[in-house]
Design a protein around this ligand. Structure first.
Ligand SMILES: Nc1ncnc2c1ncn2[C@@H]1O[C@H](COP(=O)(O)OP(=O)(O)O)[C@@H](O)[C@H]1O
Ligand SMILES: [Mg+2]
Length: 331
């Protein structure tokens, strides 16, 4: 059964910029569904439309069977959202933040008081309940935000870039919470620009670029579609080598990259010596050669011709967050 259904869902900003471009997809009840794509792909905008935070320009969406455009208030009761940007208040304690969230959702006081300790326990923040959030690490903040997102027992939890900018250990702990929430029956809709995260966590992934879904499927299936290992070669004459190898029978696909060549082969171990032989034949020097199994980044490259560059997104986000924190301090 589908818990999210969209049909040609579209967002146009300012009457001219199409951030989300006629996307149609379904999220099954009970699954961890991921939106994987680079910065600016339209992930957050899609989440915002589904969570009733931004208006749908064109197309339809249903969440938990309810039409998002027609009954936004009903949709809000069914969903939890952990936004990409910091949503907890630095100058309040963990408990106060959750209390505020409950009030915003018009939850009865006794229910708020019951859920707060339950949820703080789930995200292992019980001992920090009276500590100010400004003393928290990035991972602790994220955990608190997840606890908030769960206050009103949503059927589906939207997590927008749940581990962006977190250290590796905090990322792993967030992944564990997400998995355990999902095991308790909560459907997860998450976005990420980290391919390893999508690969490890998601039952199904939609790869999104420039507001369009380029492919959708189970991570293993998507990687399997590439049909083989990937050899990346850097030579002293890319164009010549490219022309020379492109019709060789042990090669499935050749894709020129910014500086090297990306070659798909059946078996990397046997292809590498052959590539050296071929380079020798035409007098080309190989500076560097590497072998890898396909990742979701390779799937992304296949469909878009470019790589998911994590560094760039992280730098932009780090800058945005620093500015936000500074602004808050000066308020
Ligand atoms: N309020 C807005 N007004 C105009 N453009 C916007 C607005 N919000 C987002 N965009 C643009 O829409 C595109 C998609 O943004 P977003 O959904 O945040 O991408 P992602 O979450 O995948 O990084 C980007 O080019 C972004 O600059
Ligand atoms: Mg985003």
């Amino acid at each position: 059964m589908a818990i999210v259904e969209t049909n040609n869902l579209t967002k146009v900003f300012g009457g001219k910029f199409t951030a989300v471009d006629h996307i149609s997809f379904e999220v099954e009840k009970g699954e961890i569904f991921g939106f994987l794509g680079p910065n600016g792909a339209g992930k957050t905008t899609t989440v915002h439309m589904l969570c009733t935070l931004t208006q749908i320009t064109e197309g339809e969406a249903r969440v938990a069977g309810i039409d998002v455009k027609k009954q936004p208030d009903e949709v809000r009761k069914k969903i939890g959202l952990v936004p990409q940007d910091i949503s907890v208040d630095d100058d309040l304690t963990a408990k106060e933040n959750m209390d505020l969230h409950g009030k915003l959702y018009h939850m009865p006081k006794n229910l708020i008081n019951k859920r707060i300790p339950e949820l703080l326990k789930v995200v292992e923040l019980t001992d920090w309940k009276d500590a100010l959030v400004k003393t928290f690490s990035g991972g602790m903040r994220r955990r608190l935000e997840i606890a908030e997102g769960l206050m009103h027992r949503p059927e589906i939890l939207f997590l927008d870039e749940p581990t962006m900018l977190l250290d590796p250990a905090s990322r792993v702990s967030i992944w564990e919470y997400v998995k355990s929430l999902n095991e308790q029956g909560i459907t997860i809709f998450m976005t990420t620009h980290y391919m390893d995260e999508a690969d490890k966590l998601c039952d199904r992934v939609a790869i999104i670029d420039y507001g369009k879904i380029v492919t959708i499927g189970n991570p293993e299936e998507l990687k399997g579609m590439l049909g083989g290992d990937i050899v990346t070669v850097h030579t002293n004459d890319r164009e010549k080598f490219l022309n020379h190898i492109k019709n060789l029978n042990f090669i499935t696909e050749v894709l020129p990259q910014e500086d090297g060549i990306r070659i798909t082969v059946d078996k990397g171990e046997t292809a590498i010596p052959k590539l050296f032989q071929e380079a020798n034949k035409v007098g080309i020097g190989i500076n560097n050669i590497s072998l890898s199994r396909p990742t979701l980044d390779d799937v992304f490259i296949k469909f878009t011709g470019k790589s998911l560059r994590e560094e760039k997104t992280d730098k932009i986000e780090l800058y945005k967050r620093t500015m936000l924190m500074q602004r808050r301090k000066h308020q």
